[in-house]
Structure formats: structure tokens, C-alpha cells
Write a protein that binds this ligand. Structure first.
Ligand code: GLV
Length: 347
């Protein structure tokens, strides 16, 4: 019998990163051989006797998988910053270490959040469709055609307020990008179980150079913000936090951006809101039920709603960074060393 440690990897991590695992003589590496979501049955069968498992967001990390692996399992590593696909209690109970990929994707997701705010506000959904379908000749340049709200401040509209649902690393990186657009006011809503900290807010206001930075309730965030960024974790605590009530309270000129998880936004309510003009537009990178989102999905059909297929972290550098971090987390956990980004699952 081989005394190598078996590791199962649910997707090929590419030529820059796979050698970290494949060239390690102490490992026996089993990789899902297709460029598609790893089949659950294959994963359960191949997990038997594994010491480490490296997965994507699409793989459920639950008792069934840990049982299939058996007592040899020391570490699970996910190539994602989100971990709502992982049963943290089960991991903690079994003393299985768990790694994820924070920080390396912060800038890529913040960039995309700004891009979606611009795309939604300038109605690139309708305008690019006009060009793509050859209809531009029917639309002569005219004074107020296709006008939407401007992201940056103007002389007639000098105040801009950004609202953040969740105010972690990506939200703060997004705020830093908004300051040069003239945003001086920042409101955020946070997990109600964490205490407010006005001194920390004052320090963040000074750090980002904004006049106002305050934690508020959702109602105030909805009614005061020119752009609302949804950037909180998924899971039951945030399910449909953006619902009909929230959307009805938004400014008619405002834009909603979701680059977190689809479950935070009630898609039907948002589609209705866009049809009825409760807000101006939406930029959506994540949709509840993805990737099963067809052309007939209410948000795909909704006016002024730009929908992208979950590409927040999809830059080559960032994905190589995430894959490298996921591989190094796996190696750290396998050999009882520090993992560069280990989550404390017993909190
Ligand atoms: C992507 O959504 C991630 O969690 O990394």
C-alpha cells in the first residue's frame, strides 16, 4: 500500500498551480477530469481514504462527504471567499481544518462592483442590445435619449451617498474607488449581532477621506443611497434582505449592485421594481438559483438590469491567486503547518 497522502481536487487548477500538488512526491492527486462541475457521485467515491479535498463553490461540503472520506480527512480547501456551501459545525466537530481564499479577490470584485454601478446607471443593457441587434440606425443622437443617473457628482447634483449591505473588505475597497467620483457619504448595514462602533467608523471615515460614514438600519440605507452595493455573505441570515419593502424605499434614480450572493436579493421583487420604476437600474453578478438562469428569467428580461454570470473575481491574475492560495491551504493542512488563510470553524 502506498504511504502517499491522497488528495482529491474537484477541478483542474491550471498549469500555473497544479504542479504545486502534482509535483509533490508525498501526494497521490486525483483530479476531476472534466471541465465541468464535479459530479457528486464521483466526488463521494473518490473521497474514500482522502487526507485532503480541494473544491469550488459548487461542491457541498457536508457530513455525507466527510463520512465518504473517512477518518483520514485532515483538511478541506475551497477556492472561494464565500463558504456557505460548507457545514462549519461538521468540520469543527471532526477537527478537519478548513481553508478559503479571502483578500486575493478583493480588488477584482470591487472593480466589477464599480463597473456594474456604471453599466446599470448608464443603461448599457438597452443600449448595447440596440447596437448588437443592428438597430442603431433607427436611433439618431438626441438630447435626452438613453439618459440615466450619473455616478460621479455634477454641479447640479453635488452629493452622492453610497450604501453598503455588509461592510467588509470588498465593500471598503469599493468605497475607496467611489471617493474619486465625488462620494463623500457612506452608509452601511451590518450583522445586527455585532455591536455598533462609532469610533471605528470615524477612523474608517478618516482613512477613506469621506465626510460621513455611519452604520444605519436598512430603511435609512435604502432611502438615502444613490447606489446600494450588496456585499454581505449569503446564508439564512441575509436571505432576501433586499425585498419588496427595501426596493420600494429606494430613490427612483438609484442603482442596486449585487456582487455577493444571489440569495440576498428577491429576484421577483427586483424585476417588479425595475418594471415599475421604483429604482433606476440594477447590476447583478449573482442570481439566486444560478447557473440555471435562462433567457426567460425575470431579471434577464427586466429593463435596465445588467446580469453577468458570476464573474466578480474572474481576472486571470486573481483566479491564479485564488487557486494558488487554495492549493497552499491544502498543503498547510495536510502537513500540519500554517495555512495561509484558515477559517476558525469553532467560532
Ligand atoms: C465567489 O463568489 C467566491 O466566493 O469566491
Amino acid at each position: 500500500m502506498s504511504n502517499k497522502l491522497k488528495v482529491v481536487v474537484s477541478r483542474d487548477l491550471g498549469p500555473d498551480v497544479m504542479p504545486l500538488l502534482l509535483d509533490n512526491k508525498e501526494l497521490d492527486v486525483v483530479v476531476w477530469p472534466h471541465n465541468s462541475v464535479c459530479d457528486r457521485k464521483w466526488l463521494l467515491e473518490n473521497a474514500a481514504g482522502a487526507s485532503g479535498i480541494l473544491v469550488m463553490l459548487s461542491e457541498k461540503l457536508d457530513a455525507e462527504l466527510f463520512d465518504a472520506a473517512g477518518p483520514s480527512l485532515r483538511v478541506v480547501s475551497t477556492m472561494s471567499v464565500g463558504y456557505e456551501h460548507a457545514d462549519l459545525k461538521e468540520l469543527a466537530k471532526r477537527n478537519i481544518r478548513f481553508g478559503y481564499t479571502p483578500d486575493v479577490l478583493t480588488d477584482a470584485v470591487a472593480d466589477l462592483s464599480i463597473m456594474l454601478a456604471l453599466m446599470a446607471g448608464r443603461n448599457t443593457k438597452e443600449t448595447t442590445e440596440i447596437v448588437q441587434s443592428g438597430q442603431w440606425p433607427n436611433f439618431v443622437w438626441s438630447p435626452f435619449a438613453f439618459c440615466g443617473p450619473q455616478l460621479s457628482t455634477t454641479s447640479t447634483s453635488p452629493k452622492r451617498t453610497a450604501g453598503f449591505i455588509g461592510f467588509g473588505r470588498i465593500a471598503q475597497a469599493t468605497l475607496a474607488r467611489l471617493v474619486p467620483f465625488g462620494f463623500q457619504h457612506c452608509l452601511y448595514a451590518a450583522n445586527p449581532s455585532t455591536p455598533a462602533d462609532p469610533a471605528a467608523d470615524a477612523a474608517l471615515a478618516a482613512k477613506y477621506g469621506v465626510r460621513e460614514l455611519r452604520r444605519v438600519l436598512l430603511a435609512e440605507l435604502a432611502s438615502e443611497s444613490d447606489v446600494v452595493f450588496v456585499l454581505a455573505p449569503g446564508g439564512p441570515a441575509t436571505y432576501h434582505i433586499v425585498d419588496e419593502k427595501f426596493l420600494r424605499a429606494m430613490k427612483r434614480s438609484a442603482v442596486l449592485v449585487n456582487t455577493a450572493r444571489g440569495t440576498l436579493v428577491d429576484s421577483d421583487a427586483l424585476a417588479k421594481a425595475l418594471h415599475e420604476g421604483w429604482l433606476y437600474g440594477a447590476g447583478i453578478d449573482v442570481v439566486e438559483g444560478e447557473p440555471k438562469i435562462g433567457a426567460d428569467h425575470p431579471l434577464v428580461k427586466a429593463p435596465r438590469c445588467v446580469v453577468l454570470p458570476h464573474i466578480g473575481s474572474a481576472t486571470t491574475d486573481t483566479r491564479i491567486g485564488m487557486a494558488t492560495l487554495a492549493a497552499n491551504n491544502l498543503l498547510g493542512g495536510l502537513f500540519g503547518k500554517d495555512m495561509p488563510a484558515e477559517l476558525n470553524t469553532s467560532r
